[in-house]
Design a protein around this ligand. Structure first.
Ligand code: ADP
Length: 490
């Protein structure tokens, strides 16, 4: 398990990859260094020793009377190897065929030397670098020097000098094995070790952030959103950390909202059941009585019971409609249908509807608005509902013979509507909550007992859908004033 964790860990994966890359680049570096060093030495050797063959060919002619002068040749070979044991001297005919060699004949594998490199060497100045055939092997090149042997201005052959012969190679091979290779490997090993330690350290620092991210993300996975990752810079990992922090904030926010909604839902169900239970129980009671005493009750009594059942049913239907209306307004896909209309006309209509109730309670319903008001743009059906709810409340919470007024004042881009009454007013402790669903204030008059606590919630929702706000000013026993504004037609 532990080993598997190690293999899976990004730290060790990158570390191992880095190590492989280091070894690979190190090996390439050693190879390229050795190769270029070799080429450098070869080129330098050719440049320095270029005139050797020329010198031999000028000082001693190995041909005498169209034959090879063996004595002279021996002298040439011996003095050349005495001067520089690393060189090998060969005598070629004009076609490149090997005629004689300073090394034992049996060590010579190639008897024909290509003329192309020889011609190239002779044709260029000392700045060029040419490799020629190595007579020691069937295929292989060596750095060389060459000069033609002339008799009567005619090429009789070539003195072909391999500048780094077999002896030189075995000497440099020994140096390579005993000095260059161990030194290279040692320095490579030390560099590798230092680089590996350094890179693992750097990786550790870099992956520390990743480990922190993992710990916090795991905590989020366990629904623990308390931790946040501290961000010091703006690198890629920090940007992930910022995104994770934001994600956690959003989740916490949503969880809060879900909890609130859940709480609201539970309250709503409790309120609705409580609200419906009372009229339903009363309806059930009266219907049971009617059934039990069927035929025994007087007609008047039957009528009275049936009226109670009817009122209860009307109340129930009203409640259900209000709830339905509120849920419709709450729906995300709810769309307003704004249209231009005259607020004055709408108010007159609303007043007309309430006339019978106003007369019954000896109330006075007054309208206070200037003439020729501009049109407003709003959803006429919904604004009628708002006015109905506000006037209905004003009637229910006002004593008999008091005055209820609807006032319209033009503002720059809006019309302001105030619904005022001289009723019971609202206690300051109720004021912050009266727009909440199902909230009912502490006032209790015989006429307001039919309240549901939904009227102001519906009105406030409608006004907020019109990008305005339903506000209230009220003090107990002085009355209340509910206000909102509507935009003028632009
Ligand atoms: P309800 O059906 O109970 O009236 P509303 O949502 O319309 O429900 O009103 C919520 C509460 O606000 C009421 O219970 C009442 O206490 C208070 N309220 C609303 N309008 C008035 C008003 N015009 N005068 C006094 N109190 C009011």
């Amino acid at each position: 398990m532990r080993v598997k964790n190690l293999i899976d860990s990004l730290y060790w994966k990158i570390g191992a990859l880095f190590l492989v890359l280091l070894i690979f680049t190190g090996a390439i570096f050693i190879y390229v260094t050795a190769f270029t060093a070799e080429m450098y030495v070869q080129e330098a050797t050719q440049k320095v020793s270029r005139p050797i063959a020329q010198y031999i060919a000028l000082k001693a002619n190995p041909f005498k009377d169209n034959k090879i002068d063996q004595k002279m040749l021996r002298l040439i070979f011996d003095s050349a190897s005495m001067m520089n044991p690393g060189v090998e001297v060969y005598l070629l005919d004009p076609q490149g065929t090997l005629l004689a060699s300073s090394v034992p004949w049996k060590q010579v594998e190639r008897k024909m030397i290509a003329l192309d490199p020889i011609n190239k060497f002779l044709g260029c100045d000392r700045n060029c670098f040419v490799l020629g055939d190595d007579p020691h092997v069937i295929s292989g090149d060596k750095v060389f020097s060459v000069a033609p042997v002339l008799t009567n201005n005619e090429i009789r052959g070539y003195v072909y000098v391999i500048l780094r012969g077999g002896e030189y190679d075995s000497a440099t091979g020994m140096i390579f094995d005993s000095y260059f290779l161990p030194l290279s490997l040692k320095s490579f090993g030390i560099t590798l070790l230092i680089s590996a330690v350094m890179s693992l350290l750097v990786l550790r620092i870099l992956t520390r952030k990743l480990r922190k991210l993992t710990v916090v993300a795991n905590a989020y996975g366990r629904r623990d959103f308390s931790e946040r990752i501290s961000v010091s810079s703006r690198d890629e990992i920090d940007r992930i950390a910022i995104a994770l922090n934001q994600m956690a904030d959003t989740i916490v926010e949503y969880m809060g909202e879900i909890e609130n909604t859940d709480q609201l839902r539970r309250e709503l169900v409790a309120n609705v059941s409580h609200d419906l239970r009372t009229p339903l129980a009363s309806i059930q009671g009266y219907v049971e009585t009617l059934l039990l005493k069927l035929g025994k009750l007087k007609l008047e009594e039957q009528k009275e019971y049936l009226n109670i059942v009817l009122n209860g049913t009307i109340k129930l239907v009203g409640r259900v409609e209000e709830l339905f209306e509120l849920s419709k307004l709450d729906a995300a896909q709810f769309v307003l249908n704004p249209e231009p209309f005259a607020l004055t006309d709408l108010i007159q209509d609303v007043i007309l509807k309430f006339n019978p109730e106003v007369e019954k309670t000896n109330l006075q319903l007054a309208v206070d608005m200037p003439k020729n008001l501009p049109l407003v743009s709003a959803d006429i059906g919904l604004i009628e509902r708002v006015l109905q709810n506000l006037v209905d409340n004003a009637i229910r919470y006002s004593p008999e013979k008091s005055v209820i007024s609807i006032r319209i004042s033009p503002l720059v881009e809006n019309l302001r509507v105030d619904v005022l009454d001289e009723g019971s007013g609202i206690f300051s402790e109720d004021l912050p909550f009266i727009f909440d669903r199902f909230y009912r204030g502490q006032q209790d008059t015989s006429r307001n007992s039919r309240g549901s606590g939904l009227g102001l919630a519906i009105a406030s929702k409608i006004i907020s859908l019109h990008n305005s706000e339903l506000s209230v000013e009220s003090s107990p026993d002085k009355g209340s004033c509910f206000s909102f504004t509507l935009p003028l037609v632009s």
